[in-house]
Ligand binder design. Structure first.
Ligand code: NAD
Length: 505
C-alpha cells in the first residue's frame, strides 16, 4: 500500500468515532450535547466528517460556572504539582500524535508533513509552560528609602480562549498551556471550521489527570458561542487568535464586563531581500514561508520586497520553485499544498486572482484553481506569485491567507522600509542582508512585533510572540504569557518609623 493509502486507512479508523457519536462539548469532565448541530467537512472532497454540537449562551454559561468552581483548587495547587500534570499531558499528546496529525490534516486540508510537526509542537508548548509553572507566582522586591516593596502574581481567574481554524491543535495548546500553568481555569471555543482536534485535546488532558472543570470546551459559531464567551462575567480575560475585524468586535463585546484581552490577529508580512544577501537561502526561505501550511498562516511572508538590481532574477527563481511545489492530498507525505480549509475561503482566494488581473498585476505562476483527478472535488488552488504589483493593490495590502505571494521591487533602504511598513498590519517581518549595520537600522525601522534576519520563522518559546498595529495586542511566550494570565500585586512594607502625616487633631 502507498503511504497515502496507509494514511487514509488509519485516518478513517481515527475519524470513525466522530462519525458514530458526533462531537460533544466537554464541560466539567462530561460530554455534553446540544440540540443544534453543525457539520464539519473535509476540504479534500467536502464530505462530512462529523456532526458537531452547536453551543450557545447556555452551554457557555455551564462551562464558565464549571471553570469558576474549579478555579480555587487549581489556583492553590502547588506549581510543582501543576508542572507534573502538564508534563503528563505532553506525554499523552506525544503518544497520540499520529491520530492528532491525521485527524487535523483531514479536517483542515493541511499537509500531513506539517501537521505531524504541529502535533509534536503542541506537546512542546505544554512542556515549556509546565517548567515555568513553578515560578509563575514569583515577584520582585523593589527598594525605596524606608520601604521595601514586594510584588507577587496570582492567576486572574477563569479565562476564555477563542482559536481560529488554521493549525487549530498547535494554536490551542499555545494559548491554553500557559493559562493552566499560571493557575487559570479555561473555557475554550475552537473554530467551527476545524473542531475535531480541540475535542481530542481536552479529552487527552483529562485522561492524563487534569481535574474536571479546569478545562472546558464548547463548540459553536462566533456569533453565538464566541459572543457569549466574551460577554460572560465569570470569565476575567479573553485570549483570542483570529482576524483583526473579529478582534475589534470582541473588544466591544467584552467592554461591559471590562475583559482583559490578548489578541493575535492577521498579518501581511514582508520578506525584504537586499542584493548583498545569500540569495539561494533567501529564495528557499521566502518560498517556505508563504507556501508551507497552504499559506494559511499568520506569519506567512505574503509580500516579497526585492532590491531592484536583483529583482528579476530572484523573482524568476521563486516562480520556478513555486511552480514545482507538490500539490495533492493532505495525507500524502509528498504533498506540500493541500486544499484550502473550506469552499468559501477558496472563493475568497480565487477572487483575489481576478482582482490582481483587474488591477494590472502579472501572474508569474499559478493564479488559478488546481484541477485534475481527485483535485476537482476539493478546494485546491495553485501556488501563486504575482509580479508587476504596486503596494497599493489589494493583493499587497490585504491578508489573503492562501499560497499567494506578491513581489514588489525596491530601490535602497529607505524605500524598502517604506514599503514594508505601508500596510495596516505589523505582525512579522523577514530580512535578508549580510550587512550587519543595515540589519540593525532596518529592523529598528520596521513596524513588526517579530523580525527574523537571514532565516525563516524559527520559534524559540521563551521569546515574545505577537504583533503591532492591526496584528494584535499583547505578547505570548516566556514570561509574557504569565503577564496576561496573572494579576500583579504590590505590598509595601515600612522598614522604620517614618514620619506619619497628621491631618488635624
Ligand atoms: P476568525 O476571526 O473568523 O475566527 C476566529 C475565532 O473567532 C473562531 O473560533 C470564531 O468562531 C470566533 N469568532 C468569530 N466571531 C466572533 C465574535 N463576534 N465573538 C467571539 N468569537 C468570534 O478567524 P479565522 O478565519 O478562524 O482565522 C484566520 C485568522 O486568524 C487570520 O486573520 C490569521 O492571520 C489569524 N491568525 C493570527 C495568528 C497570530 O498569531 N497573530 C495566528 C493564527 C491565525
Amino acid at each position: 500500500m502507498s503511504d497515502l493509502a496507509t494514511n487514509m486507512e488509519k485516518a478513517r479508523g481515527y475519524l470513525a468515532r466522530f462519525g458514530e457519536n458526533g462531537v460533544a462539548h466537554h464541560i466539567a469532565g462530561q460530554a455534553v450535547t446540544s440540540q443544534a448541530q453543525f457539520d464539519t467537512i473535509t476540504p479534500t472532497d467536502q464530505g462530512v466528517l462529523a456532526r458537531v454540537a452547536r453551543g450557545g449562551a447556555v452551554e457557555i454559561d455551564r462551562a464558565a460556572q464549571a471553570a469558576r468552581v474549579a478555579f480555587p483548587a487549581w489556583r492553590d495547587m502547588p506549581g510543582a504539582e501543576r508542572k507534573r500534570l502538564l508534563h503528563r499531558i505532553a506525554d499523552a499528546i506525544e503518544a497520540r500524535a499520529e491520530e492528532i496529525a491525521l485527524v487535523e490534516a483531514m479536517d483542515t486540508g493541511q499537509a500531513i508533513r506539517f501537521m505531524s510537526k504541529a502535533a509534536v509542537r503542541g506537546a512542546e508548548n505544554f512542556r515549556y509552560f509546565a517548567d515555568q509553572a513553578v515560578q509563575a507566582r514569583d515577584g520582585q522586591s523593589i527598594y525605596a528609602p524606608g520601604q521595601v516593596n514586594l510584588t507577587s502574581r496570582t492567576p486572574i481567574g477563569p479565562v476564555g480562549v477563542i482559536t481560529p481554524w488554521n493549525t487549530p491543535f498547535m494554536l490551542s495548546t499555545w494559548k491554553i498551556a500557559p493559562a493552566l500553568a499560571a493557575g487559570c481555569t479555561v473555557v475554550h471555543k475552537p473554530a467551527e471550521l476545524s473542531p475535531l482536534t480541540a475535542s481530542l485535546l481536552v479529552e487527552i488532558a483529562e485522561e492524563a489527570g487534569l481535574p474536571p472543570g479546569v478545562w472546558n470546551t464548547v463548540h459553536g459559531f462566533g456569533e453565538d458561542a464566541g459572543r457569549a464567551l466574551t460577554e460572560h462575567p465569570a470569565l476575567k480575560a479573553v485570549s483570542f487568535v483570529g482576524e483583526s475585524a473579529t478582534g475589534s468586535r470582541i473588544m466591544a463585546q467584552g467592554a461591559a464586563t471590562l475583559k482583559r484581552v490578548h489578541f493575535e490577529l492577521g498579518g501581511k508580512n514582508p520578506v525584504v531581500v537586499f542584493a548583498d544577501a545569500d540569495l539561494d537561502r533567501a529564495a528557499d526561505a521566502a518560498v517556505f514561508m508563504i507556501y508551507s501550511l497552504n499559506g494559511e498562516r499568520c506569519t506567512s511572508s505574503s509580500r516579497l520586497l526585492v532590491e531592484e538590481t536583483v529583482h528579476d532574477d530572484f523573482v524568476a527563481r521563486v516562480a520556478e520553485k513555486a511552480a514545482a511545489i507538490p500539490v495533492g492530498h493532505p495525507l500524502d507525505p509528498a504533498t506540500v499544498i493541500g486544499p484550502l480549509i473550506h469552499p468559501e475561503h477558496e472563493r475568497k482566494v480565487l477572487a483575489y486572482f481576478d482582482r490582481a488581473r483587474d488591477e494590472g498585476a502579472t501572474i508569474a505562476t499559478g493564479g488559478e484553481k488546481a484541477t485534475g483527478g481527485d483535485l476537482d472535488a476539493g478546494c485546491w488552488v495553485r501556488p501563486t506569485l504575482f509580479t508587476g504589483a504596486r503596494n497599493d493593490m489589494a493583493i499587497a495590502q490585504e491578508e489573503i491567507f492562501g499560497p499567494v505571494l506578491t513581489a514588489i521591487p525596491f530601490s535602497g533602504e529607505e524605500d524598502a522600509v517604506r514599503l514594508a511598513n505601508d500596510v495596516p498590519y505589523g505582525l512579522a517581518g523577514y530580512l535578508w542582508t549580510n550587512d550587519l549595520t543595515r540589519a540593525l537600522r532596518v529592523t529598528e525601522a520596521m513596524e513588526a512585533g517579530m523580525i527574523w534576519v537571514n532565516s525563516e520563522n524559527v520559534r524559540h518559546l521563551p521569546t515574545p510572540f505577537g504583533g503591532m498595529k492591526a496584528s494584535g495586542i499583547g505578547r505570548d511566550g516566556g514570561d509574557w504569557s504569565f503577564d496576561f494570565y496573572m494579576e500583579t500585586k504590590n505590598v509595601s512594607l515600612a522598614t522604620g518609623a517614618h514620619k506619619i502625616t497628621k491631618l488635624g487633631g
